[in-house]
Ligand binder design. Structure first.
Ligand code: ADE
Length: 227
């Protein structure tokens, strides 16, 4: 998979890809990440990427021209399955959306800044608008990093244990069950006996019950028909 990220702040985005699972995925050529600084696509001496809103109002708007130039250049080189714009008014990211995107070959992620992009960018280029939650960040970069992490870990071969992404919370609309490791008892807090039984069908059953109980208590909305 190839991900092209268009941003005015590439430095804000680099570190999540320089450690742990994402770094390994890049090193193993399972994913390629390319950053594009919008200022490299400007045509005036100030390298402007934004301007005042038509009609008045506080906040700057990202110009269409540098974004068009950047996207057009990328599209000359390959076709893209999705051009994703990170914005608080997009659809809220969930596991299903991450699963869908993980099947793409090439995607572009556009990070919004200031008040956001000129609406015509959305009309002309964007195929998906994604929010990571009902709160407003200073820009789309951190949201793009979240999306990339959620997607990249689903690419086959990225996680050491092939099955572990499938047992994540949300993959089956249930939260994950409690997990334990050594020691068996810590300051009076004990690991449930069933986990030492060696009876794997019973352990699986216990985990399923715990998942269901946890989901019922914390996220009953996941158990409704809409999911
Ligand atoms: N940009 C600013 N806030 C955002 C959010 N919540 N999700 C995605 N992009 C954003």
């Amino acid at each position: 998979m190839r991900i092209d990220i268009i941003t005015v702040l590439p430095e804000l985005l680099k570190s999540p890809f320089e450690a742990s699972i994402l770094k390994r995925a890049i090193d193993n050529h399972l994913v390629e990440i390319h950053f594009h600084n919008l200022r490299d696509y400007t045509s005036d001496k100030y390298k402007s990427v934004d301007d005042y809103q038509f009609g008045g109002g506080a906040g700057m708007v990202m110009l269409i021209e540098p974004i068009d130039k950047c996207i057009s250049k990328l599209r000359e080189q390959r076709t893209y399955d999705e051009i994703i714009y990170m914005t608080p008014d997009g659809v809220t990211l969930n596991q299903q959306i991450a699963n869908q995107i993980s099947l793409c070959e090439n995607i572009i992620i556009l990070c919004g800044h200031y008040k956001g992009v000129d609406q015509r960018v959305r009309d002309m280029f964007v195929t998906k608008e994604i929010s990571i939650g009902d709160y407003v960040l200073s820009g789309g970069e951190l949201a793009a990093a979240v999306l990339c992490d959620a997607v990249i870990r689903l690419i086959p071969g990225v996680l050491g244990d092939e099955t572990s992404a499938l047992t994540d919370s949300f993959q089956d609309n249930l939260l994950a069950p409690p997990i334990y490791t050594r020691p068996r008892e810590y300051k009076g807090y004990k690991v449930p006996e069933i986990l030492f039984s060696g009876n794997f069908p019973e352990i699986e059953k216990w985990r399923d019950e715990q998942s269901y109980q946890r989901t019922k208590e914390r996220r009953p909305d996941l158990l409704s028909d809409e999911h």
